[in-house]
Design a protein around this ligand. Structure first.
Ligand code: UT7
Length: 319
């Protein structure tokens, strides 16, 4: 069976940067509170005319250039998003069209902040089974549009952005082990319950979160799945060169790393400048780590993410 190997990465952040001080003019908050509790200093916000698919296309175009292949070489597109352009069609189909290609399967995966883990694992299964040879996997979000900008408990945490990878069938590793989990009993602690029904919005349309419950669940679940994936792959924590975690909160990242027994200087952290970009955060961090030269070919990476559902996952791979 072939491995699925990352042959290119790319990312995109909207031009508008909103700092904690900017936010303190909108809600009763402060740079000190946000930075101390979350590590976030700023986030990027999509322009009114920018759709999730636009962010995705920017990241995808950069990933294709980085992989040195054409869009026409792609035979599978998966977009991980909880902020699609519209109810349907899938954002992946819109992205396919904007990339100027047609024919290959294109669909969205909705696993909120774990979306990129679910999308990459799905593409991995397609490649291993021979159903695809070159997959474009994108995490793209405009979470700023789900936020109640009067609610200081949530609006300070999130940002917009997109990250993408090209996965290719390869004899050399590649993804070594991937694991996904979910528990719908925890859906109430992080959700956007509103929906369109008969032409009107039914239920609360904004993101709701029990921050402390999410925090506790996230640290426990990420530490457990990270440990399991390392062990099941036949590796030890000392063999991991880089951890690329979902970027929700610096304290969650630090605590998870401590549980995994991996020092923070082996963890790629982007949360300070990007906030939580949901499904986009892991590929954004991966692209940053590769572009700045920290992540090198042959390195062993542990990717892990968690979000609403609850859904979570971890992937161990050779870059
Ligand atoms: O992808 C997963 C997405 N979500 C997460 O990962 C979030 C996980 N949770 C967290 O990161 C933390 O729980 C938060 C950062 C959201 C909150 O931190 P906390 O230490 O759990 O604070 P808290 O909710 O217990 O609130 C403490 C106080 C409260 O005031 P009182 O009731 O003690 O007077 C809040 O009203 O902080 C207040 N507060 C704020 N103050 C200033 C809440 N939000 C803010 C704010 N600015 N933005």
């Amino acid at each position: 069976m072939p491995y699925a190997r990352i042959i290119g990465t790319g990312s995109y952040l909207p031009a508008r940067r909103m700092t904690n001080d900017d936010l303190s003019k909108i809600v009763d908050t402060s740079d000190e509170w946000i930075a101390t509790r979350t590590g976030i200093r700023a986030r990027h916000i999509a322009a009114p005319e920018e759709q999730t698919s636009d962010l995705a296309v920017q990241a995808a175009t950069r990933a294709l250039a980085n992989a040195d292949i054409q869009a026409t070489d792609i035979d599978l597109i998966i977009v991980a998003t909880s902020t699609p352009d519209m109810t349907f069609p899938a954002t992946a189909c819109i992205v396919q069209n904007k990339l100027g290609i047609s024919g290959c399967p294109a669909f969205d995966v909705q696993a909120v902040c774990a979306g990129f883990m679910y999308a990459v694992t799905t593409a991995h299964a397609y490649i291993q089974s021979g159903l695809a040879t070159k997959a474009l996997v994108i995490g793209a979000e405009t979470f700023s549009r789900l936020l109640d900008w009067q609610d200081r408990r949530t609006c300070v945490l999130f940002g917009d952005g997109a990250g993408a990878v090209v996965l290719s069938a390869s004899d050399a590793p590649g993804i070594i082990h991937a694991k996904l989990q979910a528990d719908g009993a925890y859906s109430h602690i992080l959700s956007t319950p509103g929906k369109l029904s008969s032409g009107v919005i039914e239920g609360a349309p904004y993101l709701h979160m029990d921050g402390q419950a999410v925090y506790k669940f996230a640290v426990k679940a990420l530490a457990k799945i990270g440990t399991e994936v390392i062990k099941e792959a036949g590796y030890t924590a000392a063999q991991i060169d880089w951890v690329i975690p979902h970027q929700a909160n610096y304290r969650i990242i630090e605590s998870t790393a401590r549980h995994l027994d991996i020092p923070m200087d082996k963890v790629i952290v982007t949360v300070a400048e990007q906030g939580n970009t949901s499904a986009a955060s892991i590929p954004l961090a991966l692209d940053q780590g590769t572009q700045d030269g920290r992540i090198q070919r042959g390195d062993t990476l542990l990717l892990e993410g968690i979000g609403g559902g609850f859904a979570w996952g971890a992937i161990l791979l050779k870059y």
